[in-house]
Design a protein around this ligand. Structure first.
Ligand code: FAD
Length: 421
């Protein structure tokens, strides 16, 4: 049983909706702060988007998805059947407003502000993970060995200059490697690798599902309550305690935290909160008998594909597919990720690969929503972490617990407000 180092919660009750990595970290931090916490999850914890990510702890992923140069490339990317950005036929009209906001977020002055806001979260991301991992006995679930970014041509290396500069400006150590030096670092890399950079301070999680599960187990052992129910509605009438209505009952609490990943959009809309949240569906293929042993996670910059050594094999992942949240997955895209990975690592064996897909909860400006639900005094929002939700999970939990306790949060939360759109 863990002891609360901070009684700020004073035993007040909080319901957290959603036990992905974000909701789980919120629950753990709130519990730690002395709140009586109930975590409501309709499935098993950690089995939605947080299950299948690439495991990168992207502490210097400061740059957003939308950059000034991107608008020229998007039309070609949308029609290229092998590109990392895919739009399902028929989806484009529905996604159009989101894409317009996405392009607007890529204006140079806006990008500078988004980078600053991402930096604030990412610079505190590991500091927020450390204590809860230590208390849960799960320190081994984030390893720091470094990461290699590979480029197949001088042109793609030059194309990555902005990203590298933003990382350097933020204090990242970056070692430049020739293709041969990259192959010395990571012998599984093939001849197509022309150049590479090694970032020695980056870490990864070798089993993202186990990370969420162990944090939930720690939460429950410490006296937190986990309920397996589907939340239908959150009611937050002014002057009364907020209520969470599930398919089997009603629960009251002093505060509610909405952290249901992509499904937060519909629940938030019921509260009058309209955040443009879109699923950018990602795919992975888990290769249990991959035929290669990797020292470091590898990112193919040309192909937006990640190759990560995991506890249960090698995971290759990538793709951002706009297809809505109800369409079935298109596992041909998991095969495409394997094809991209094999281009830079030809020895990878894909036999027996297990495909998976999950919905990245993506805002157009690559910033999550963290803070009060506008117009609702007792609901806090924690969703929309897009491509870096694993990395930003713990810092989100810490900020939510500070807000819940009525403390001034350790970071200025203005950039993450729900009403910025
Ligand atoms: C292919 C891929 C690779 C990625 N790689 C990385 C990476 O390397 N590094 C990184 O930092 N991020 C990465 N991400 C992003 C990261 O995985 C997500 O941002 C993160 O998992 C989102 O977590 P979440 O808790 O918000 O959502 P989820 O994990 O989706 O959790 C939401 C939970 O809410 C529950 N829920 C929903 N509705 C209800 C309801 N009505 N009632 C009760 N429960 C409900 C769901 O069942 C689910 O468990 C990747 C994503 C993908 C798809």
């Amino acid at each position: 049983m863990s002891k609360s180092p901070d009684p700020a919660g004073g035993g007040r009750s909080v319901i957290v909706v959603g036990a992905g990595i974000v909701g789980t970290c919120c629950a753990v931090y709130l519990k730690r702060a002395g709140f009586a916490v109930t975590l409501i999850e309709r499935d098993a914890p950690g089995e939605a988007c947080s299950f299948g990510n690439a495991g990168s702890i992207g502490l210097t992923s400061f740059a957003p998805q939308s950059l000034p140069s991107l608008w020229r490339k998007i039309p070609a990317m949308m029609i290229d059947r092998k590109s990392a950005l895919q739009v399902r036929p028929g989806q484009f009209p529905r996604s159009f407003p989101w894409f317009m906001r996405f392009l607007m977020a890529g204006r140079p002055r806006r990008v500078a502000k988004i980078i600053a806001a991402r930096k604030a979260l990412l610079n505190n991301a590991m500091g927020a993970f450390d204590p809860i991992l230590a208390e849960a006995g799960a320190q081994g679930l984030i390893e720091t060995h470094g990461k290699i970014f590979v480029y197949e041509s001088e042109r793609s290396y030059e194309g990555g200059a902005f990203d590298r500069q933003v990382r350097r400006d933020g204090g990242a150590r970056i070692e430049e490697l020739s293709g041969d030096e990259a192959r010395e670092h990571e012998p599984a890399l093939g001849p197509r690798v022309h150049r590479a950079v090694f970032l020695p301070d980056l870490g990864h999680c070798p089993n993202p599902l186990r990370l969420t599960q162990e944090l939930v187990e720690h939460f429950v052992q410490g006296g937190g309550t986990l309920l397996k129910e589907t939340v239908l509605t959150i009611e937050d009438a002014t002057g009364a305690a907020p209520r969470v209505i599930t398919e089997t009952g009603r629960h009251e609490a002093d505060l509610v935290v909405l952290a249901a990943g992509i499904w937060s959009r519909a629940l938030a809309a019921q509260l009058g909160v309209k955040v443009p949240l879109e699923s950018q569906r990602g795919y992975h293929m888990m290769l249990p008998e991959s035929g290669v042993s990797l020292r470091y996670p590898v990112i193919s910059v040309d192909r937006n594909a990640l190759i990560t050594p995991m506890e249960l094999g090698i995971r290759v992942s990538g793709i951002a597919e706009h297809a809505g949240i109800t369409a079935p997955p298109n596992y041909a895209l998991a095969d495409l990720v394997v094809e991209h990975a094999r281009a830079v690592m030809p020895g990878l064996v894909a036999d027996g690969g297990e495909p998976w897909s999950g919905h990245r909860p993506s805002t157009p400006d690559s910033l999550p929503v963290i803070g009060p639900a506008p117009g609702n005094g007792s609901v806090l929002l924690a969703y929309g972490h897009g491509h870096t939700g694993l990395t930003m999970g713990a810092i989100t939990g810490r900020l939510i617990s500070e807000l819940a306790a009525g403390q001034t949060p350790g970071l200025d939360l203005t950039p993450y407000r729900a009403d910025r759109f």
